[in-house]
Design a protein around this ligand. Sequence first.
Ligand SMILES: NC(=O)c1ccc[n+]([C@@H]2O[C@H](COP(=O)([O-])OP(=O)(O)OC[C@H]3O[C@@H](n4cnc5c(N)ncnc54)[C@H](OP(=O)(O)O)[C@@H]3O)[C@@H](O)[C@H]2O)c1
Length: 258
Amino acid sequence: MELRPLGDTGIQVSLLGLGTVKFGRNQQVKYPSGFSIPDDQSVSSLLHQAADLGINLVDTAPAYGTSQQRIGKLLPGAREQWVIVSKVGEIFENGHSRFDFSFDAALRMVQQSLLDLKTDYIDCVLIHSDGDDLRILRQEGVFDALCELKSRGLIRSHGMSSKTVEGGLAVVDEMDVVMASCNLEYNDELPVFEAAAARGKGVLVKKGLMSGHVGGEDGVRASMQHVLAQPGVSSMIVGTINPLHLQQNVTLLESLNP
Ligand SMILES: NC(=O)c1ccc[n+]([C@@H]2O[C@H](COP(=O)([O-])OP(=O)(O)OC[C@H]3O[C@@H](n4cnc5c(N)ncnc54)[C@H](OP(=O)(O)O)[C@@H]3O)[C@@H](O)[C@H]2O)c1
């Protein structure tokens, strides 16, 4: 699997990353069908399979239920062989999301993520935006908190999982990594990709398979082709708990990007 630089962070990431929402949360999600959260053996086997296929990036968040604890418990091999991307700002409790982007909450939440992930550093922490990207960046304390955590060596890089073009462009200016959406039916954020490519910043793509609404092998292939054709892409993060889909995704991606 091709590794690409995550912007100018010095971190190398596999072109396909593993999204792990489904490791820990099956409420308030937008997938085409319901599912059961996989047991430890299935998650462990999926992580081993990902490593064997050359995937080194796992994308998680405190808001993904037990995803972080499970990664902390089950991630195979040496810590340094993985790039862990987490988030901060969204809290999912009792079936509902709430958001806290204050300085203190960000420090607390990242400390908890370090404990849950059983690690002493996180490769990248993204602000988990509620959609009000610019307000969060300009009026809340989370940006300063991430800068402090980075200066203390607890996180290697920072960024935002943004939802607007203006927000994404500000992230490209001021932070290391942007996570933005792009798929066959949604291309509004492409100016963010272009800006990141021009500035040498990292781009993680979310929702590339329209959260599973692309349907079938041809749909997955066309979706990947579309995402890979965009400028600046460091890694396409695809969520799956199905080992056959994981294998298929790697095979398809490598056939498009030999
Ligand atoms: N920060 C944010 O605001 C945010 C928002 C959304 C997503 N994300 C991150 O981005 C990741 C990806 O986003 P996403 O999960 O919304 O959407 P996605 O990757 O576009 O789609 C995931 C869905 O596609 C299905 N899928 C995967 N491979 C497939 C294949 N080969 N054939 C058919 N179906 C397939 C998966 O089902 P199976 O499990 O059955 O394979 C899953 O339901 C997330 O896991 C998360 O890490 C972040």
